[in-house]
Design a protein. Sequence first.
Length: 546
Amino acid sequence: MAKAKASADSIRNFINSLTIKQKIVIGVSVVTTFVLIILLISIFNQPSYGVLFADLSQQDASKVIEYLSSQKIPYQIEDNGSVIKVPRDKIYETRIELAGKGLPSSGTIGYELFDKTTMGMSDFMQKLNYKRALEGELARTIMGQEGIEGARVHLVFPEKSIFKDEQIPPTASVVIKLRDNYKLPKEKAAAIVNFISSSVEGLTTNNITLIDTKGRLLWKEDAENNSMSFASTKQYEIKNSIETYLAQKAQNLLDNVLGFGNALVQVNVDLNFNQVEKTMEIYDPESQVVISEQVSTGSNSGISVGDTTQQSNENTITNYEVSKTIQKVIEETGNIKRLSVAAVINDIPKTVEKDGKQVVEYTPRPPEQIRKIEELLKGALGISQERNDVISIVNIPFETKPLDDELNNQPSSWLDDKNEIINLILVILAIAGSILLLKNLTGKIKSEKVHIGTVDSERLSGRTSESQLGKLDTKEKPQTELSAAGKSTLLEIKKKREQLPIGDLEEEISIEAINRENQIEKIKNYIMKNPADASKLINTWLYENE
């Protein structure tokens, strides 16, 4: 209890000893510290938001917000209402619940049209609902592709004709909305068209038109020219693939022989994409084969009646045919007609000293080395003289740069979420400001405590020394004599003060300083006369401070 009261008194004395300016500074520091602490607590307690849905239509966004409000789930709206964010710990749960309610539906209606059966619906309405449902399902599937925000599909089913020749095939028109700065590749356009063709009975790819919301035609197949254009694209891909493979093969060879960056290789390939089907009949005139043989036998009687002579004739007819070979040859497409290789080889760099400086000079490679490199390339790439292949190697100096794989493969450590970066910066600044304010405030409090403790100890020592001296010296001197001696000492000090020069020093030597000097002289005299009692007194002070 006594210690608590002493602490309260010391704090009260400390506050009273402060000036108005110091009190204002300490008050502002305390208030700022509390505000920063509250700000930190609110930042750490604020939930971290994540994207629930993005690129929502206005209808879907309205329904999602209505559901979140009914469930009292906090949310944030960004990007003009197309992006909705919720706390990260509720993202997946909310998505599953909204999926059960058919959200987001993107405003398209699919086969759910038939969830509710209506009695008495006409055949026309049944066909119309089927058409709407099929269009909606196709649009949903197309919107699931990368880079596509929206899609609409229009199908046309002509009336069926009795005669097959008069039947008009169905057609389809598709409008898609692409994301910003996204260009739909031809492969994806062809995939969408083939998907629609396979999903609708009797629909062919040449009856499908694909455009975007900017009016650009993305797909319109011409039945005559489509196969040719597709073949040309495929041929270009094959040519590029072969050239890349051969160039990389030669580049790896030269990098291992000459060192990385000392050679550059480019390859051009002429391919034969002609589709040839040959039927050959080969005859060998030197080889004859018997295919049939016919033998006829005849007899002749005498000319006269009495002539009994008889002749017999035997004829053999043999049919021969020259041997014939029939061959049917179908040549494959993509054969190499001609190969052209161009290689640039760097000179040999040498470091020489000129005028006291290190200079790099380039020396051409010897012809023997160039010839060996040419032979290596011919063997590696399969250069053929029969195809009139060409290989060209040029030796010229050029600068090389080392490959820094580690620098290129360094992973990015920058955070993707901008909100998290801002929150982190605010937290760091708040912590730094709080530490600086608390450190400044603590230093001031410590310095003031030391000052107050020094003054109190001086006052206490003065009172104690006077009381102790009075008690101890009563045996030798009366109290009146001690006070008289004190007064005489005070008078001596005043005389000394009067002898000093008048000025700033006169203002510094106040009565309080004189009293303090008087007390110090008394303590010194007491300690010199009674060292044992002085030690006991010091121990008593230490015990009281504890």
